[in-house]
Ligand binder design. Structure first.
Ligand code: SF4
Ligand code: SF4
Length: 518
């Protein structure tokens, strides 16, 4: 070491991976032990949790009769046959635009919800939120309420701590297995897949999928919890661009709560101004994200509203009006803040002394219909509805028969000995119904033309075909025009397919090519 090494902090370079540097760059994770909240939002969250979990676990077991030639699972992603079944809807690979439409609808729906009620998706229905809630139920059942969990965490290892931790993590892992197990049932017939999984005869990919989803569910829901929302999920960043002053967010009404005091009576006796917040910390200890909503809007807040429940409970016990923490728009908050500023006199129940008139006025009412129905949300709603209606209409009008014709590129035509010209085509006919169907394949709009297709030997203008249920028929076809009817240039004509009773049909246009000099 050099004797004259400078001692200035500028030269005090710590190794990048030293503990000191790590602590400077990253705040260590604070363990969060959320207390169970009670109240209307907690009840609503239980309900949403039950419904979403029930939908996830039960859906693959719902049956839907589609006849003897199609699977009877109501919701099925049939990768082998490249089909997606959703109750009465069957989506074929070439109809992927329906899935794209659903994704666009989901995106616009999320914009609509976020711009009206903030991060309601995050707080109530996001799988991360739902599964963390479920994992917390297990944790509370085994380790007890918040204080017991904190004590247990700090306690040295003992038999009691060991069995509680082992039990908790075992049940978490079982939930993970159940989550991964339920997922694979969406991709194959659930009862038969369950049997083959249980007898270890399922394909390896099934076990790998279960293992991956078990690991991710256990890690995200049990171990990482709020870290996933804060550091991994892009949604908190995206939502910042969608919220505006009319969006509802969970808000601490500090115009009413401040100055907070744990000793309100003493402060009042000393003629000091006090707000409604008694600094009891109830809103902080229930927060699953470990934040204090009284510090203002924070990226971590998932607007689960549990702090509202906690504070409402405190206010009720103190005989004060609920709503010190509430869903509010920034506009309402600012208006109330402006009213309360100056005198700072907020009078029960949520009345403010106007600093100009000196009169008591009602606090600005929390949101009304105008904060929901506004140009932005109307545009989102119209876009969402229009796509939905377009998809429903397209589904209702779509033909269960579909034909696709591909003209040969090389050779474009073949001249026969008798002077007639023949063109070749690859034809695909889709029977999108779960029963066999007899159809007529015909050509129209090409004078004198005859058709030969599949194993037919005689030419005709219409050919009868037997379509298998729920299958694509591929066949080679040739259209031949005698010399006396030959067009002078490339001609467009129609190839159509129709059921024998004419009830369903599908047609497409293609070309008939002739030599240039003709
Ligand atoms: S601050 Fe309130 S709304 Fe936000 S995450 Fe915490 S408990 Fe939920
Ligand atoms: S629960 Fe209500 S009264 Fe208690 S600290 Fe939070 S805001 Fe203040």
């Amino acid at each position: 070491m050099l004797a004259d090494q400078p001692t200035s902090p500028l030269y005090d370079v710590e190794p990048v991976n030293s503990k000191k540097r790590r602590e400077q760059l990253y705040e260590p994770r604070k363990k969060i032990f959320p207390k169970r909240a009670n109240g209307r939002f907690r009840k609503f969250k239980w309900l949403v949790m039950l419904i979403t979990l029930a939908i996830y676990y039960i859906t693959p077991w719902i049956r839907w009769d589609r006849g003897p030639f199609a699977p009877d699972q109501a919701v099925l992603v049939d990768l082998a046959n490249r089909r997606f079944y959703f109750f009465f809807i069957e989506i074929w690979p070439q109809e992927f635009y329906y899935v794209a439409g659903l994704l666009v609808m989901a995106g616009i729906g999320l914009f609509l919800v976020t711009s009206t009620v903030g991060r309601a998706w995050c707080g109530y229905a996001c799988p991360q939120t739902v599964w963390v809630d479920l994992f917390l139920v297990v944790e509370r059942a085994i380790e007890g309420e918040r204080n017991n969990r904190i004590k247990l965490d700090a306690a040295p290892w003992s038999f009691d701590k060991l069995w509680k931790r082992v039990s908790k993590h075992t049940i978490w892992l079982l939930i993970g297995v159940g989550t991964g197990g339920a997922w694979i049932f969406y991709f194959a017939d659930a009862p038969s897949l369950l049997q083959s999984v249980a007898t270890l005869q399922a394909p390896a990919v099934a076990y790998i999928t279960i293992a991956i989803l078990t690991a991710t569910t256990y890690t995200f829901g049990g171990l990482m919890r709020e870290q996933v929302c804060t550091y991994m999920c892009p949604w908190p960043r995206i939502q910042g661009a969608m919220l505006d002053e009319h969006s509802l967010t969970v808000t601490y009404n500090d115009w009413r709560g401040e100055p907070r005091s744990r000793h309100a009576k003493k402060a009042i006796a000393e003629n000091k101004s006090v707000g409604d917040c008694v600094d009891c910390n109830a809103c902080v200890v229930v927060c699953p994200m470990g934040i204090d909503i009284r510090d203002g809007q924070q990226l971590e807040c998932i607007t689960c509203a549990l702090c509202i429940d906690a504070c409402d409970d405190v206010m009720t016990r103190l005989g004060k009006e609920q709503g010190l923490i509430s869903y509010a728009t920034l506009k309402d908050y600012n208006a109330n803040m402006a009213l309360a500023m100056g005198t700072g006199q907020v009078v029960q129940p949520a009345r403010i002394r106007d600093k100009l008139s000196g009169k008591l006025v009602d606090a600005i009412k929390l949101t009304d219909w105008r904060s929901i129905v506004r140009p932005r949300t109307v545009v989102y709603f119209i876009g969402w509805t229009a796509i939905g209606l377009a998809m429903v209409t397209a589904l209702a009008l779509r033909s269960p028969l579909s034909i696709n014709v591909l003209h040969d590129r090389n050779p474009q035509y073949v001249q026969m000995r008798d002077g007639s010209i023949s063109n070749g085509y690859d034809i695909k006919i889709l029977n999108m119904t779960p029963e066999p169907r007899t159809v007529m394949l015909r050509i129209e709009g090409l004078e004198g033309a005859t058709l030969t297709a599949g194993d037919q030997t005689a030419s005709a203008t219409a050919i009868e075909l037997q379509l298998a249920p729920d299958k694509v028929m591929s066949l080679r076809a040739f259209v031949q025009v005698p010399a006396e009817f030959l067009p002078t240039s490339q001609t467009r004509f129609i190839v159509g397919v129709a059921s024998t009773d004419g009830a369903v049909r599908s047609e497409t246009e293609t070309t008939f090519d002739v030599p240039e000099h003709k």
